[in-house]
Design a protein around this ligand. Structure first.
Ligand SMILES: [Ca+2]
Ligand SMILES: [Ca+2]
Length: 402
C-alpha cells in the first residue's frame, strides 16, 4: 500500500514535466524575421554661398523596419586646433538645411540607423565666398511698438515712421530702446542668417541690466528665418523661443492687452499710499475678460506713460509669463524683489538663446537652419509699487558665433 502511494506521488512531477514538454513541442516554429534594409539616394555634390542655406533632402527607403523609428545623423569633418580631424554632428533630422560661415569644401556624412542596421552615404558641399563682411550685431530696426511706460514721453513722435527712424538712430548709436510693460516690442534684423549651431547657443539678447535701484523684467523672444528669401519676416515665418517658463501652468498663451489713452482732463484718483498718484490713470482690458488701470506714481506724475503717436487705443499680444514680484517693505510698496527665469529669455543671468528652442504656434519644436530676425518683447505685466511699472529696455541682439 505504502509503495503504491510513493509511486503515485512520484508520477505527478513526471507527468507534469511531460505535459510541459508536449506543450512546447506544439508551439509553431518561430517565423524568421526578415532583416531590415536601408537604401539611401543622396546627390554627391551641392553648392551654396556662405551664410546661405542649401536644402539636402536624401531619399531614404527602409524595408522591414518592424516599426522601429529610424535615426538620422549628419556630420562633417572638422580639423581641430590640434590638427586632428574629427566628425562633428550638425543635424539629427533626415533633411539637412546646410549653412556654413566660411567658404570651403565640406565633406558630409549621412548615417541612417534602424535598430541594429546602419547605412551611410556621403556628399560634398562647395561653399563659395560672398566677399561681404558680416556684423555680429543686428543693426537694422524693422519694427517697434512700445507698451505704456514711464519713458514714452521723452519721445514726441507724431507717426510710427518717425518713431522707427528715431529708434533706428538709437540702435545705431548703441542707445537704449524703451519697450514699456506687457507686449512692448522691437524687431531687429541681421545682415546675415545667424546659424543655428548644433548643440550650441546662437545669439544673445542684451537688455538694460538691473541695478540696486531699478529692476527690469525678463523679456521673451521670437525668431524668424527668411525661408522665402523676400527680405521680410512674413507672418508664417515667426517662431517663439520656448524658454524655461513656456510650459508652466501660470503661462498664458495668446494673451492680448488693449491700452486706452489717458484723458488729460480726468482728475487724479490718489490711492492710500503716498506713491499712488492716480490709481485710475491708464485703463486696460485683456482678452481673458480682465480689465483694470495702470497707476501713475507720484515720482513720475509729470510723465505721459502712453505713446502719444499710437492713437486712442492699441492692442499688444504675446505669451504672458508669470513673474514673481514680492513686496519686501511690509506692504508699503516701496521695496520689491523681482523674480527671474532660468533660460531662454533676455534680461536674465544668461540671456543667450539656442535657436533649437523655437516652437510653432502649437508648441511643437521646429528645425530652423538659422534666423534673420529677432523680436524681443516684454512678456510680463507687473508693477513694483512706488518704483512704477516693470518695463523692459532693449539694447541689442548679437550673433554669438561670428
Ligand atoms: Ca543652436
Ligand atoms: Ca520672408
Amino acid at each position: 500500500m505504502m509503495k503504491k502511494y510513493i509511486i503515485y506521488l512520484l508520477c505527478i512531477p513526471a507527468i507534469s514535466v511531460f505535459y510541459s514538454c508536449s506543450k512546447d513541442s506544439v508551439t509553431p516554429e518561430p517565423v524568421p524575421v526578415p532583416a531590415p534594409s536601408i537604401a539611401i539616394k543622396l546627390a554627391a555634390d551641392f553648392a551654396v554661398a556662405r551664410y546661405n542655406v542649401v536644402l539636402i533632402d536624401p531619399e531614404v527607403t527602409i524595408e522591414n523596419s518592424n516599426g522601429i523609428v529610424p535615426q538620422y545623423k549628419w556630420s562633417i569633418k572638422v580639423t581641430g586646433k590640434d590638427g586632428v580631424v574629427k566628425d562633428s554632428v550638425i543635424c539629427d533630422t533626415k533633411t539637412l538645411q546646410f549653412i556654413a560661415p566660411k567658404a570651403n569644401d565640406y565633406a558630409l556624412d549621412f548615417t541612417v540607423t534602424s535598430g541594429k542596421v546602419t547605412k551611410q552615404a556621403a556628399a560634398k558641399v562647395k561653399v563659395s565666398e560672398t566677399n561681404k563682411t558680416y556684423n555680429s550685431k543686428a543693426w537694422s530696426l524693422v519694427d517697434f511698438v512700445p507698451a505704456p511706460g514711464i519713458n514714452n514721453d521723452i519721445y514726441s513722435f507724431t507717426t510710427k515712421a518717425e518713431a522707427l527712424a528715431e529708434m533706428q538712430l538709437a540702435l545705431t548709436n548703441g542707445d537704449e530702446i524703451p519697450l514699456g510693460t506687457f507686449g512692448g516690442y522691437v524687431v531687429t534684423k541681421f545682415d546675415h542668417t545667424v546659424i543655428n549651431a548644433y548643440g550650441k547657443r546662437d545669439f544673445i539678447v542684451q537688455m538694460s541690466e538691473n541695478s540696486s535701484f531699478i529692476k527690469y523684467p525678463p523679456v521673451s523672444v521670437y525668431v524668424a528665418y527668411d525661408a522665402n528669401k523676400n527680405g521680410i519676416a512674413d507672418e508664417n515665418e515667426w517662431y517663439e523661443i520656448a524658454g524655461s517658463e513656456h510650459h508652466k501652468s501660470a503661462t498664458v498663451k495668446n494673451y492680448e492687452i488693449t491700452y486706452y489713452k489717458p484723458d488729460p482732463a480726468k482728475p487724479a484718483a490718489p490711492g492710500k499710499a503716498a506713491w499712488e498718484f492716480d490709481t485710475t490713470y491708464l485703463k486696460y482690458t485683456d482678452n481673458k475678460n480682465g480689465s483694470g488701470a495702470i497707476t501713475k506714481t507720484t515720482k513720475f506724475r509729470r510723465a505721459d506713460y502712453y505713446p502719444s503717436w499710437l492713437g486712442a487705443t492699441y492692442t499688444l499680444k504675446g505669451t504672458k509669463v508669470y513673474l514673481p514680484v514680492k513686496d519686501v517693505s511690509d506692504g508699503a510698496g516701496t521695496s520689491f524683489n523681482v523674480g527671474t527665469f532660468d533660460w531662454g529669455y533676455g534680461g536674465i543671468k544668461d540671456p543667450s538663446i539656442d535657436i533649437s528652442w523655437a516652437v510653432d504656434a502649437n508648441g511643437k519644436k521646429v528645425h530652423l537652419p538659422g534666423v534673420d530676425f529677432v523680436k524681443v518683447y516684454v512678456s510680463s505685466f507687473g508693477a513694483a509699487g512706488a518704483s512704477d511699472l516693470l518695463i523692459g529696455i532693449f539694447e541689442e541682439v548679437r550673433d554669438l558665433n561670428l
